[in-house]
Design a protein around this ligand. Structure first.
Ligand code: IVH
Length: 678
């Protein structure tokens, strides 16, 4: 047998044993025998470098570190699920589905665990694993292919003689509880930081630029659906699609059932809830999906979540601890938020030491006093909450807590704290004089949906503000390499990367810029509406309250906040400096006085494939700005499918339904026509 034949044979055998061990939990050979096969393959590959292949099981040990993760546009968006916290909410979900589908009897559902890990999409081309990406913002994720290759139960090659031309498998990466405790004892022994829970450990391990680290962390993958497929006939139901994935060699949780109607759903919930503690991995609820794929299609999506599926969460865990004190945090707009300082307590998978109390009203309503014994609640991915005091454990003489009395002046800058009569919150009156407000304003300015300056996190902003290097957002654009490299924990490489990110942010859109200014009550949507209505920044700066109120959803409060902001010379100055520093956008972009007048307005678009110059996110922004809608799946209601290269099954679907298919250039024309109309 030639070396190349033996290599192929070994790869197949080893993958088969991997599957037996990790997926089917039924090893066929002893570990020592497996190790022997593995070493033989390693030796053959080392002696015959021309036989190396990315889908060899030897590649699971990781590869040389990468400089950064590339971003990947998802062929179909990776959406989130709506949550149900009670049987009533599940009943409502089932009722809505029956009504929308006009089903008289019971609906069949597929019920599965809701894994507490992180979502990824795995692309297989002709049966070979070629790419894996994180969910990211749902439209674009990070390319973590090399890291995913190290997962022992992730097939690098699909089973079967005739693999689909293209298959994107969606699922969750997680760490088994046993692997998590092993990892933490190892961390402890080495004097390194322990991870708070398996989910954080999984996230931290997957997003390693050095995949050799990922390889040592024993992550697992569980498939729960199909994102895109070509060259394969999908079965008619989700449950059968999961069986198909199993047949292809993918790991799918055994805890899945096809159930009927509301009773079936709640029965599954109770069963899995009882088993939860004994499962090898963490789950934070169960997921119900209408089983028929045709019915799923008809139900479609609302905003970012499907109508055909819902996550039924397990109740949040509760624990009892002491309320040691109440501190305050100063936010971007000066709001003083009281924060409970708690005796450390392990609840819902993490150790909680503090929890927001929101405002004075909340403290009064719950009647919380420093020194109380309190109930703390935390559900999986939700922030911890102080439920209330155990009154029978209160020592008789605890005084009420009064925020204004305790903090007559801002703990950060010493300015007066004021509370307007009609407002729930107390605010520091220091404005941008207050370092805390300045820090928050900078973080907001740099945030992803604002100017999107990657790498400008809170530790860095603390240093920049405390060191008086940056006072206003405009100062960011004046920083040099030297000032940055002198900061603590800032290597020259990260400084260069940050400066590049700052430079990239110079080219932006009007709506992002307005949002980035952090004007009170002007969120992302209002910023978009303003940009669309006025088209130019100067028109917004000059507009009267009446003119501002012409914009849909801008009421007197928002209009007043805008006027106050623009009347402040300091703000006008910062805007001028930002423009002088080269921050720019194309004026008039997305402008359309009444969205209904534009050619794209009210139209439903579906994006598929990779466009030559626009990312998914950018295309979506442009369409949104022109008053159109972007949907995740093609149906009769779709007006245009925008297809790029390697367009997926949506293109087929569009052709089948006779939906107009356009390319990026045609999309741009359509959007331009929208602006010409004015
Ligand atoms: S289906 C269209 N099934 O939950 C929605 N998601 O909020 C597709 N998740 O980030 C998701 N277990 O990673 C689905 N059995 C399961 C899941 C599951 C966990 C995660 C998923 C997503 C989040 C949705």
């Amino acid at each position: 047998m030639s070396a190349s034949q033996r290599v192929l044979e070994l790869r197949e055998q080893i993958e088969q044993h991997n599957r037996q061990y990790y997926v089917l939990d039924a090893p066929l050979i002893p570990d020592a025998e497996y190790d022997r096969l593995f070493r033989e393959l390693q030796a053959l590959e080392a002696a015959n470098p021309q036989l190396a292949s990315a889908d060899s099981p030897t590649q699971r040990v990781g590869a040389a570190p990468q400089a950064e993760f590339k971003s990947v546009a998802h062929r179909t968006p990776m959406l989130s699920l709506n949550n149900a916290f009670s049987a009533d909410e599940v009943e409502a979900f089932d009722r809505r589905a029956r009504e929308a589908l006009a089903v008289a009897g019971e609906i069949d559902y597929a019920a599965e665990p809701k894994f507490d890990g992180l979502a990824v999409g795995l692309t297989y081309e002709n049966g070979i694993f070629t790419r894996g990406a994180t969910r990211g913002d749902g439209f674009t994720g990070e390319d973590v292919t090399v890291n995913l290759r190290t997962l022992a139960n992730l097939p690098l090659r699909l089973n079967g003689k005739a693999p689909p031309r293209l298959l994107e498998v969606r699922g969750e990466v997680l760490m088994l509880r046993s692997d998590f405790s092993r990892l933490n004892s190892r961390q402890r022994e080495r004097g390194e930081k322990e991870f708070v829970n398996p989910r954080n450990a999984a996230a931290g391990s997957l997003r390693q630029l050095d995949s050799r680290i990922t390889a040592q962390r024993s992550l697992r993958f569980f498939a729960y659906g199909i994102g895109v497929s070509e060259g394969i006939d999908l079965p008619p139901s989700h449950f059968a699609a999961l069986d198909l994935l199993v047949a292809l060699g993918l790991p799918v949780a055994a805890e899945r059932r096809r159930v009927s109607g509301l009773a079936g759903l709640l029965g599954f919930y109770a069963q899995l809830g009882a088993k939860r503690a004994a499962l090898p991995y963490d789950i934070d609820g169960v997921v119900y999906k209408v089983d028929s794929l045709e019915a799923q299609e008809r139900l479609g999506f609302v905003s970012r979540a499907p109508r055909f599926a819902i996550a039924h969460k397990f109740p949040a865990e509760e624990a009892v601890t002491e309320l040691l004190g109440i501190d305050v945090q100063v936010g971007r707009t000066g709001a003083l938020t009281p924060v409970a300082r708690l005796a450390p307590i392990f609840v819902g998978g993490v150790t909680v030491t503090n929890a927001t109390l929101h405002n004075q009203g909340e403290i009064d309503r719950k009647d919380l006093r420093i020194g109380d014994t309190v109930i703390v609640r935390r559900a999986g991915d939700v922030i911890p909450e102080v439920v209330g005091p155990l009154l029978d454990r209160r020592p008789g003489d605890l005084p009420r807590f009064n925020l204004l009395a305790r903090y007559p002046t801002c703990p950060v800058c010493g300015s007066h704290v004021v509370r307007a009569d009609d407002e729930a919150v107390a605010r520091c009156s220091g404005g941008l004089y207050c370092p805390a407000q300045r820090k928050q304003a900078l973080l907001h300015f740099a945030s992803r949906r604002a100017m999107d300056i990657e790498g400008l996190g809170d530790k860095l902003v603390d240093q920049l503000v405390d060191g008086d290097i940056v006072r206003t957002p405009a100062d960011l654009y004046k920083m040099g390499l030297l000032a940055l490299s002198n900061l603590e924990r800032m290597a020259e490489k990260s400084a260069t990367n940050l400066l590049a990110a700052i430079d990239r942010s110079r080219q932006t859109t009007l709506s992002r810029f307005i949002y980035a200014l952090g004007i009170r009550n002007v969120g992302e949507t209002t910023a978009k509406d303003l940009a669309r209505h006025f088209g130019r920044l100067d028109s917004i700066l000059a507009a009267s309250e009446e003119e501002l109120m012409q914009v849909a959803d801008v009421g007197p409060v928002v209009a007043q906040c805008l006027r106050q902001f623009c009347a402040e010379p300091h703000n006008v100055e910062v805007i001028a400096q930002l423009r002088a520093a080269g921050v720019a956008w194309s004026e008039g972009e997305g402008r359309s006085p009444a969205p209904a007048a534009s050619a794209a307005a009210g139209k439903v678009f579906v994006l598929t494939g990779t466009m030559p110059s626009l990312s998914r996110e950018q295309a979506k922004e442009l369409i949104d700005a022109a008053g159109g809608k972007v949907s995740g799946s093609v149906s009769k209601k779709t007006d245009y499918v925008v297809a790029g290269s390697e367009a997926g099954s949506k293109l087929d679907k569009a052709q089948e339904l006779g939906v107009t298919v356009i390319n990026e250039a045609q999309l741009r024309i359509l959007l331009e026509r929208a602006t010409d109309h004015e």
